[in-house]
Design a protein around this ligand. Structure first.
Ligand code: SF4
Ligand code: SF4
Length: 199
């Protein structure tokens, strides 16, 4: 049993490797929290990638219909690394970081009754972790419930938006710009707001 869930002892060593290469999909909740922390408008926090730019075939609900095509909202990078990774290799927005950063690289499976049944690691980057921590199954369950809940809420908003854009297409109008989608999510963009579906 203890061996099966060895990663419950996972401890991040803070190397910053996962803050450099992998693209990080965001939810509106992530962007709102970061914007509140930094005072930056949403456009400065996010960028948009297409199907060729991110391996997200198992999450089609994350693709947003925009004027430039279907795109996923990810963390904007600077010089090939997350824009919030400091020169000291530490996260400069640690307490406001996205939920995707908080759950990485653990990949748990829970039973319907909420019992941990499997615990693996996502191996998209070299992660020099240690196994001398003490996570606890209950902590992991709460964190994943929050992570999954926020992603589901965001995907519902994306689905609503995508239906509006399909309606526009049926009327011969192009899909709207990313900035209108960010306003639709209620995020600060620094621009006058425009109604989704209009113009
Ligand atoms: S790669 Fe692993 S050890 Fe390094 S910061 Fe990310 S989670 Fe922590
Ligand atoms: S927000 Fe912080 S923890 Fe997340 S990728 Fe950026 S620097 Fe790393």
């Amino acid at each position: 049993m203890a061996k099966r869930f060895a990663y419950l002892k996972f401890r991040c060593t803070g190397c910053g490797a996962c803050c450099r290469e992998p693209l990080l999909p965001l939810t509106d909740d992530d962007v709102a929290r970061i914007s509140q922390r930094t005072g930056e408008p949403a456009q400065q926090i996010v960028r948009w990638v297409d199907r060729d730019g991110i391996d997200l075939d198992d999450e089609p609900e994350a693709f947003v219909r925009l004027r430039q095509g279907k795109r996923v909202m990810v963390m904007r990078q600077a010089h090939g690394r997350c824009r919030y990774l400091g020169a000291d290799e530490r996260c400069s927005i640690y307490t406001s970081r996205p939920l995707g950063c908080r759950v990485f690289p653990l990949s748990p499976t829970f039973t319907v009754s909420g019992k941990l049944s499997r615990l693996g690691l996502i191996r998209i980057t070299d992660c020099p972790y240690e196994l001398d921590g003490n996570l606890g199954a209950a902590t992991l369950r709460s964190l994943y419930a929050l992570y999954d809940g926020k992603r589901t809420e965001y995907h519902q908003k994306v689905a609503h938006w995508n239906r509006l854009q399909l309606g526009r297409r049926r009327q011969g109008s192009p899909a709207q710009a990313a900035s209108v989608f960010l306003q639709f999510l209620g995020l600060p963009t620094g621009a006058a707001s425009r109604a989704p579906g209009a113009g």
